[in-house]
Design a protein around this ligand. Structure first.
Ligand code: GLY
Ligand code: MN
Ligand code: MN
Length: 440
């Protein structure tokens, strides 16, 4: 289950169709990052570079030149090197990049300073995402200056620089059938991991032990890495939105919030479930949980072609504000409270974000100052939450320190939407039934 060579070619073709005549696009690969002396973080290709090539090696630069006679897709990459490959593993080399990844022309990275200025020379427009890498920005400028220094001999420096992000990210925003299959698989693996964590949870277990269950389930299904650092926050830790320490022993009577998703073949899942450490919600926990769930379902009902991006978020604000008033946690008229953003003490983030190769995926949320209209193939999270600070003296003690988020991954379809992380229990009854059953 992978993206086909033909699909990568289609993506390049679609991008080149948007580029102006006599232009060039340049996309550098990600760099290896050192973790500690002589050790590296596992290499993960830059999402834009992957999207256009499927080539997952560092030290490479992808170049697209629509209409170029000698080939439109040029790749600079590492040469084959038997000694380095003996130590570090396979390199596609110049031939591999042409045969397997469809490059028309390939050159060794060591020759880029000699060759790239020649490719830039005389182009009217350069598409490049400036500002992501200081080193690469400088390299581009040095190539341009190399051309400028030869103006007296007739060399023509490139006319204009245009940010590549806007065009490329608009393409990435609408997912193909093959991408949706990978996202669905990431959702399935992630659902199995959340189920495993629920089954292994009981008072006295440490947060990092549940994290280990998640990672085990991801890796055994071929998703070796999470799409982002897993959050396992029990008790008041759930109220720290980016709690990553995952170090506490979980107590009887507390909830635990798990926000974790795998990355499968480069595509992310992003799923949150909140459940009682001992398997049974107490009345306050249940009331907050059911309110967040109601908000989440109301938001999912607002996802369909033609609806705009913010409708789902607006739905969560209405349900949560009304619910907090009904529970006595906020006082006043619902409409005035929404206007005054009174919910922000409890619900301080947005209801979701685009999802894809990046967990917070690319794509504009507004177009011409209007919220974007949803189209089939767009994929997003829906993740309202309520977090009652342990220090909130305005609410009764029984409510303090409760943090609940429920997050699912949703694909816009022709008719409405499909929840692709639905394999993991979500209602109070489903969660309590699962946790009452035998652990694994
Ligand atoms: N896990 C990051 C997020 O939910 O946005
Ligand atoms: Mn999340
Ligand atoms: Mn999210």
């Amino acid at each position: 289950m992978k993206i086909s060579k033909a699909e990568f070619a289609r993506r390049r073709k679609n991008l080149m169709a948007l580029m102006e005549p006599n232009s060039i696009a340049i996309v550098p690969s990600a760099r290896e990052q050192q973790r500690s002396r002589d050790t590296q973080y596992p290499f993960r290709q830059d999402s834009d570079f992957h999207y256009l090539s499927g080539f997952d090696e560092p030290e490479a630069v992808l170049v697209l030149i629509p209409g170029r006679k000698h080939g439109q897709f040029v790749m600079f990459c590492r040469d084959s090197d038997p000694t380095m490959e003996l130590w570090h593993g396979f390199r596609a080399g110049l031939e591999g990049v042409c045969d397997t990844h469809g490059a028309d022309d390939a050159f060794p990275m060591g020759d880029i300073d000699d060759i790239l200025p020649g490719l830039l020379e005389g182009r009217e427009r350069v598409y490049y995402s400036m500002g992501r890498s200081v080193d690469f920005d400088q390299q581009i400028m040095s190539w341009v200056n190399q051309i400028r220094s030869k103006v007296s001999t007739g060399a023509v420096p490139p006319g204009e620089f245009t940010d590549l992000d806007h065009m490329l990210h608009d393409l990435r925003l609408v997912k193909s059938a093959a991408e949706i299959r990978l996202l669905r698989r990431a959702g399935e693996i992630t659902s199995a991991a959340h189920i495993r964590a629920m089954q292994q949870c009981k008072p006295g277990v440490y947060e990092y032990q549940l994290e280990a269950e998640l990672l085990h389930e991801f890796a055994r299904s071929g998703a070796r890495f999470p799409a982002y650092s897993s959050i396992v926050g029990s008790g008041a830790n759930a109220c720290t939105l980016h709690y990553l320490a995952n170090k506490d022993r979980m107590s009887d009577g507390d909830l635990v919030l798990i926000d974790a998703g795998c990355e499968f073949e480069y595509y992310a899942a992003d799923v949150t479930r909140t459940f009682p450490v001992n398997g049974r919600f107490n009345p306050q926990q249940r009331a907050i949980y059911e309110l967040v769930l109601k908000a989440q379902l109301a938001a999912i009902a607002e996802i369909a072609p033609g609806k705009h991006w913010n409708q789902a978020h607006d739905a969560t604000l209405k349900v949560i504000t009304r619910g907090l008033v009904d529970l006595g946690l906020l006082k006043g008229r619902v409409s005035s409270l929404i206007k005054a953003e009174a919910y922000r003490d409890f619900y301080m983030h947005r209801a979701g974000h685009w999802l894809g190769l990046d967990v917070h995926d690319v794509g504009d949320y507004r177009v011409a100052e209007e919220w974007r209209l949803l189209e089939p193939g767009m994929v997003m999270t829906v993740e309202p939450g309520i977090y009652i600070s342990p220090h909130n003296k305005k609410v009764g003690k029984a409510w303090r320190g409760i943090g609940v988020r429920i997050e699912d991954d949703v694909v816009v379809t022709a008719e409405g939407c499909e929840v692709i992380s639905s394999g993991v229990p979500k209602t109070v009854d489903e969660i309590e039934a699962l946790m009452a059953g035998p652990g694994q």
